[in-house]
Structure formats: C-alpha cells, structure tokens
Design a protein around this ligand. Structure first.
Ligand SMILES: NC(=O)c1ccc[n+]([C@@H]2O[C@H](COP(=O)([O-])OP(=O)(O)OC[C@H]3O[C@@H](n4cnc5c(N)ncnc54)[C@H](OP(=O)(O)O)[C@@H]3O)[C@@H](O)[C@H]2O)c1
Length: 307
C-alpha cells in the first residue's frame, strides 16, 4: 500500500512515521526536512495546491494520513485565510482526490469544535459550536470531508502532548526552569492525549479497515486518553514527575487562576471532555492511561537530556 503522511515532522506525524513502516511504502511530507528525515521525505508547503496535486498524481497513494494542520490557536485569529486554507482547504483537496481515486483518508480534528458548555462528555453526535477561528476552521475541514464522501475517519482529539514539538508539558518545564512562580488556568477542563497513543489509535483504524473494510467504520470518532483534568492539575502532575525524575530540583510555586486572568486572542472551551464510547464499539480502540503515558514522556525527555 502506498501511504502519504502529511505533517510528518509534527507531534503526531513523527509518532506515526515509525508505526507505518509495516503497513506499506510511506511518503512523508512537511514544510521542512528534519535531520532525521527518512528516505521518501518530500519537502512541500502544503498550502501550494498545484504542488500537492502534482505530488498526488505522481505518488497515487491508496491511504492519505493528514496530520498537517494550522495549530497556532491564537495566531489563527489574525491569520484566518491561512488557518482555513490548511485546516479546511487542504482536507477538501485530499478528500476530493481520495474520492475520485478510491483512496482512504485518515484526518484529525479537535475538541475546540465545541463551545465547552456541556456537563457530560461530548459525543460525536453533539452539535459543534466553535468559539474561535481555529475551531471553526477544523470544523469546516470535518464537514467538507464528509461532503466529499470518500472513505474516511476523522479522529477528534484534545490537548496533544509529546516529548517533542510545541506542547504544554515542554512549556511548563521550560517556565519552571526559569525559576518563575507560575499561574495556571484551573477553569478549563479536557483530556490530555499523548501523540503516540493517538498514533497507535490511527494504526488500529488502518488495521480494522484492512480486516473489515470501511463500511460502518467511516466518519468522525473521538479519541483521547483516559483522564480529564484542568490545566492547573495537569501542570501539577508534570511537576511531580519532573521532580521525581530529577528533571527539576523542586516544584515551582503554582497558583490556580481563572482563564480570565490570561486574556488570549482565541476563546477556548471551558469544558471539552470527549466521550470515546463510539470508537470503542466500532474499532475496539480504548483510551490509554494518562498516568503511564505522562511517565513515559518524562522518561523520554530525561533520556534526551542525558545524551
Ligand atoms: N496539538 C494539540 O493540542 C491538538 C489538539 C486537538 C487536535 N489536534 C489536531 O491533531 C492533529 C495533529 O496535531 P499536532 O499536535 O501533531 O500538530 P503539529 O505538531 O502542529 O504538527 C502539524 C504539522 O503540520 C505542518 N504544517 C502546517 N502548515 C504547513 C504547511 N503550510 N506546509 C507544510 N506543513 C505544514 C507543521 O509544520 P510547521 O510546524 O512548520 O508549521 C507541523 O509539522 C492536527 O489535525 C491538530 O489540529 C491537535
């Protein structure tokens, strides 16, 4: 099987890349070329529609995994056209190509499609109501894929972190090491998700497609790890482990604050816990342990720093 993986240098893409090796011939693409780039790496600005069309025609992928995204949530408020080009225009182009060429598409979306006013975990059938440009652009991507009608799964996920890339875990460690007292938002709640668990869930989707086909296994599904937390509690877990593993000498001074103390350009959902029942029923995919995952990520950070 020929596989095209976009966003291959991102948090999710770089976790997926090694897992895909056994599934076919993988062509990885991103804006730049990392030093560790494997053979078949293609450097491409994916907003270049013609460049992407040429690539698709040349490669003829049977599976497209689109992890590329405009993920700078606040920046998107002032960069609306580019956010929509990457988060909605790109999925449209990929889904259109997949539909015509009988390829399958695996895509990703976000808890930020919801307004955060629910009291129970959001199901796939709940009505989205994004409150920011990023959320609206990701929702537009979901909808246009559905409209195109290709065989697809869109995995909605939340609060993605890993031992590399831009994420909350690495930002918190960085701030703590500068010796600053930290104020962390305590009135936004979601499910932190390790990028590798999301990558494993993606591979499980591909395996299920291979074994059972795509009928009844197409559409939007929620995947996140098994714990819901607010950002303040998440920071507490990070610092407890960081001290235990000697990544930090001591826990920083940590104060819970309301989100209103940190006015940000983009409005975030206050409560965006995702219900993962459906993906369990359709694919036998179940949330991985937050506690175990965070510990592995901290070990990876430690290993990297020891080199
Ligand atoms: N991160 C989260 O907390 C989170 C939460 C919920 C859902 N999601 C979704 O999960 C998926 C994976 O997210 P992630 O955390 O892995 O994102 P990420 O780390 O930001 O990776 C996205 C990758 O896409 C690349 N990209 C963006 N614009 C491009 C362009 N014009 N040309 C070529 N490459 C481009 C980025 O390159 P640059 O870095 O150079 O831009 C980056 O390598 C996305 O669909 C995202 O919306 C993420």
């Amino acid at each position: 099987m020929k596989i095209l993986l976009t966003g291959a240098a991102g948090q999710l893409g770089s976790e997926l890349l090694p897992l895909l090796a056994n599934h076919g011939e993988v062509f990885a693409t991103d804006r730049g070329t990392p030093p560790s780039a494997p053979a078949n790496w293609i450097q491409l600005d994916i907003s270049d529609k013609e460049g992407l069309n040429v690539l698709l025609r040349r490669l003829q992928p049977e599976l497209i995994i689109n992890t590329a995204a405009y993920t700078a949530v606040d920046q998107a408020e002032n960069d609306v056209d580019m956010a929509f080009a990457i988060n909605a225009g790109l999925p449209e182009q990929l889904a259109h190509w997949a539909n015509i060429n009988d390829a399958r598409l695996l895509h990703y979306s976000t808890d930020y499609v919801f307004n955060g006013e629910a009291q129970v975990p959001y199901r796939e059938s709940d009505i989205p109501d994004p409150q920011c440009v990023y959320g609206a652009s990701k929702l537009a991507g979901e909808l246009v894929i559905r409209e195109m009608g290709c065989d697809h799964v869109t995995l909605r996920t939340s609060w993605v972190y890993s031992s590399h890339g831009k994420n909350f875990v690495l930002s918190m460690l960085d701030l703590a090491r500068r010796g600053l007292a930290l104020k962390v938002v305590a009135d936004q709640r979601g499910c932190p998700t390790w990028a590798r668990n999301l990558a494993r869930a993606s591979v499980a989707v591909i395996n299920a497609w291979k074994a059972f086909g795509t009928e009844e296994r197409s559409g939007v599904f929620h995947y996140c790890d098994d714990r819901d937390l607010n950002w303040y509690d998440f920071a507490g877990c990070i610092f407890d482990l960081a001290v235990e593993k000697k990544l930090l000498e001591s826990k920083p001074d940590l104060t819970p604050v309301p989100g209103s103390e940190f006015p940000q350009p983009a409005k975030r959902p206050g409560w965006s816990v995702l219900d993962t029942t459906l993906i369990g029923q359709a694919f036998d995919i179940h949330p991985a342990s937050f506690t175990e995952s965070l510990e592995i990520v901290m070990n990876e950070i430690l290993q990297r720093e020891l080199i």
